[in-house]
Design a protein around this ligand. Structure first.
Ligand SMILES: [Zn+2]
Length: 277
């Protein structure tokens, strides 16, 4: 039984502040160990539950955050960026029995610790077929297209509540409780690692490939905080600026949907100016 862990950092133990997840800062160096501890908890739990193979796909920023030298040596890790399916790279091979979102967070505009969708700011809301969509919801849709269920979600308590909307059967482990976008009541890593391991162990029973879900067409709307960002997004063929600060596109399937999302967010990020945004 093969498990894929998509590991993002904003929802990791102890993380509440931009510098905690900003590569190169002193705080990021410190938080990498707690992030790695969360992932190790998941690996430990999945093996205890009966998994035979665990692959970790780094999903934060340039995707070079986890400490390989401290990773549970039963797992392997895909590190570095520029991957076909980005945060859920690996799920497209059709041999993943269960997907885990470790360190996930709420979507742009939501109340959650470090809430955002792809870009740290500039995007104020994302909707998939009219439903507010976090990264978890978008990535779960991609996984379903390849017959892989989401079995575990960890993050703050709000990210776990969000998971109930897109993967209601998944086990969850909250490592911290939301207070504000930049504050949380945090539990120490020794405790959260055990909580994640227990949730992962139970989640293994939910793993099992399903018929690939043929979604589509899928419509995505993205709201940004400045008009020129909508203009930049609309440079992608098929993406229309439908209001001053809103764009919309429709994709034939989940694969095209997430790839267009990546293209749009890349262009938006490129059009953000220092200070004024
Ligand atoms: Zn993220």
């Amino acid at each position: 039984m093969k498990i894929l862990i998509s590991a993002d950092m904003e929802g990791a133990t102890g993380v509440t502040w931009p510098a905690d997840v900003e590569p190169g800062t002193e705080q990021w160096q410190r938080c990498r160990a707690m992030f790695t501890s969360d992932v190790n908890g998941a690996i430990e739990g999945f093996y205890a539950g009966g998994a035979t193979e665990v692959v970790v796909n780094e999903a934060h920023s340039t995707m070079r955050n986890l400490l390989l030298e401290r990773l549970d040596d039963r797992a392997v890790m895909l590190t570095g960026r520029h991957k076909d399916l980005s945060m859920v790279e690996g799920v497209q091979h059709g041999d993943v029995d269960g997907l885990a979102f470790v360190g996930y967070h709420c979507g742009a505009g939501d109340e959650g610790v470090l809430a955002h969708t792809y870009l740290p700011n500039s995007i104020t809301g994302v909707w998939l077929d009219g439903v507010p969509a976090s990264e978890g919801r978008l990535n779960a849709r991609v996984a379903a297209a390849y017959g892989t269920p989401v079995v575990l979600v960890t993050g703050d308590d709000r990210a776990c509540a969000d998971a109930a909307g897109y993967a209601p059967a998944a086990r969850t482990a909250a490592v911290k409780d939301y207070v504000s976008r930049y504050a949380a009541v945090c539990r120490p890593p020794a405790r959260t690692r055990a909580d994640i391991a227990e949730a992962a162990r139970a989640a293994t029973a939910l793993a099992g490939r399903t018929e690939p879900v043929r979604h589509g067409p899928l419509t995505v709307e993205i709201e940004v905080d400045a008009a020129q960002l909508a203009g930049a997004a609309a440079l992608v063929p098929g993406v229309a600026q439908v209001a001053e600060r809103r764009v919309r596109y429709t994709s034939p399937d989940a694969y095209e949907m997430i790839r267009c999302f990546k293209a749009v967010t890349t262009l938006i990020a490129n059009a953000v100016e220092p200070l004024y945004g």
